[in-house]
Ligand binder design. Structure first.
Ligand code: GZL
Length: 344
C-alpha cells in the first residue's frame, strides 16, 4: 500500500512540474531537433511562428544577440518562437532549418556559422514557401533570392575602422614610419565576420609597408583558443607591437597570455590591443586602458528583425541588407554613464 501511494505522489509531482514548465515556456521552446515535431501546432493559432537557428553560444556577444532575439519574438509581440542552438556546427543548423520547414513555420531566421553550404536547404525552404531572414552573419550564394534580407553588421567596414584607428594612433605617437610588428587572432574560419574584418583591415594595412604582419591564426572567437594561440605567438615572436583580435573573447584570452609572459598591454603598454565587439566587460577594460580600441559589433538585432517581419506581414518590400548602428570605443569616449546605460 505504501509503495502504491509513493508512486501516485511521484506521478502527481511529475505532472505538476510539466504543467509549470509549459506555462513558463508555453510561448516559446528552446529545443533539440527531435522534440520540435509538434511545436507549431501547439502555438495556439494566431501567432506568427518563427524558427530561429542560432549558431552557438561561443562568446559574450553571442549571448547578447540571443537575448535580443528572444526578447523580440515574444507571445506579447504576437510570436511563437522555436529556438535552436547549433553549438557551432553547420550540420546542426541544417537539421534545425529542415525541422522548421517540416513544421511549416511562418519564418526562418538564422545566423550562418559560415558563408558557404546553404544553397540546398534554402532551396527547400523556398519550395516550401517559407521566407528566410539572415541575422548577424551573411552567406555566399549565387542566387540571392534564397533569402529575403540580412540584418547584421558591415564587417568589412569594421575591419577598415580598425586599420584607420591604427593609422591615426601610430601617427599620433610619431611612429607612422617605424616598423610595426602585428599578430592577428582571427575568428571562426569562413564566417562572414572573420572574412569581412580581415578584408577590411587588409585594405588599410596594404598601404603601409612598415606594418609587418608577423602571423595570423584562427582562434574560433573563444577566449580559450585566443589564449592558446597568443601563447604560441609570444613564444615565436619576442617583438610583437600590436595585436588585432577579431572579438573580445579572444582578446580576454590573449591579454591573459601576454600578462603571464610578463608583457604589458594597452595605453602606455608595450603591446597595443585592437579588439572587436565592444561587449560590456571589454569596454570596462577600454576604460581602464587595457584595450586601446574596441570596434563595436552591435548584437541588438531583435528589434530590426521584428520591423522586417512586420513589413513582410504588411506586404511591404524590404531591403536586401539592413546594417545595425555601430561605434568605435577608446578611453576617450567610454564613460561611466555609457557603461551604465548599455544592455550588453
Ligand atoms: C559578429 C559575430 C561574431 C562576434 C563574435 O557579428 O558573428 O561572432 O564578433 C561572435 O563575438 O562569436
Amino acid at each position: 500500500m505504501f509503495r502504491k501511494r509513493s508512486y501516485i505522489a511521484a506521478l502527481i509531482g511529475i505532472l505538476l512540474a510539466m504543467t509549470v514548465l509549459f506555462m513558463a515556456f508555453g510561448s516559446r521552446l528552446f529545443t533539440d531537433i527531435e522534440e520540435e515535431s509538434v511545436v507549431a501546432e501547439e502555438s495556439g493559432g494566431g501567432q506568427i511562428v518563427v524558427g530561429v537557428s542560432q549558431l552557438g553560444s561561443e562568446s559574450g556577444w553571442r549571448t547578447a544577440n540571443t537575448e535580443s532575439v528572444q526578447n523580440a519574438f515574444t507571445q506579447q509581440n504576437g510570436y511563437f518562437l522555436i529556438f535552436n542552438n547549433a553549438r557551432q556546427k553547420q550540420e546542426n543548423q541544417l537539421k534545425a532549418i529542415r525541422s522548421f520547414i517540416s513544421q511549416r513555420v511562418d519564418y526562418i531566421v538564422f545566423s550562418p556559422v559560415v558563408e558557404t553550404g546553404w544553397e540546398t536547404v534554402l532551396q527547400e525552404a523556398k519550395e516550401a514557401g517559407i521566407p528566410v531572414i539572415l541575422m548577424d552573419r551573411s552567406i555566399d550564394v549565387d542566387t540571392p533570392d534564397l533569402y529575403v534580407t540580412c540584418v547584421g553588421s558591415n564587417f568589412v567596414e569594421e575591419g577598415e575602422k580598425a586599420g584607420r584607428w591604427l593609422e591615426n594612433e601610430l601617427s599620433r605617437r610619431g611612429d607612422a614610419n617605424r616598423t610595426v610588428n602585428i599578430v592577428m587572432l582571427l575568428g571562426t574560419q569562413g564566417s562572414s565576420s572573420q572574412i569581412g574584418r580581415t578584408v577590411g583591415f587588409a585594405s588599410v594595412s596594404s598601404g603601409h609597408e612598415n606594418w609587418n604582419i608577423l602571423e595570423q591564426e584562427y582562434a574560433e572567437f573563444t577566449s580559450t583558443k585566443g589564449k592558446e594561440v597568443m601563447r604560441g605567438f609570444l613564444r615565436k615572436h619576442p617583438n610583437i607591437d600590436v595585436v588585432i583580435s577579431q572579438n573580445d573573447d579572444m582578446t580576454f584570452g590573449a591579454i591573459e597570455a601576454i600578462r603571464e609572459a610578463g608583457r604589458t598591454v594597452g595605453v602606455g603598454g608595450d603591446i597595443t590591443i585592437l579588439s572587436f565587439d565592444a561587449v560590456h566587460d571589454a569596454l570596462e577594460m577600454v576604460a581602464d586602458g587595457m584595450i586601446n580600441v574596441d570596434i563595436e559589433c552591435n548584437p541588438n538585432q531583435g528589434e530590426y528583425l521584428l520591423q522586417v517581419i512586420d513589413m513582410l506581414e504588411a506586404g511591404q518590400t524590404v531591403e536586401k541588407r539592413y546594417y545595425v548602428e555601430e561605434d568605435v570605443f577608446t578611453i576617450d569616449n567610454v564613460t561611466k554613464e555609457l557603461l551604465q546605460e548599455r544592455n550588453y
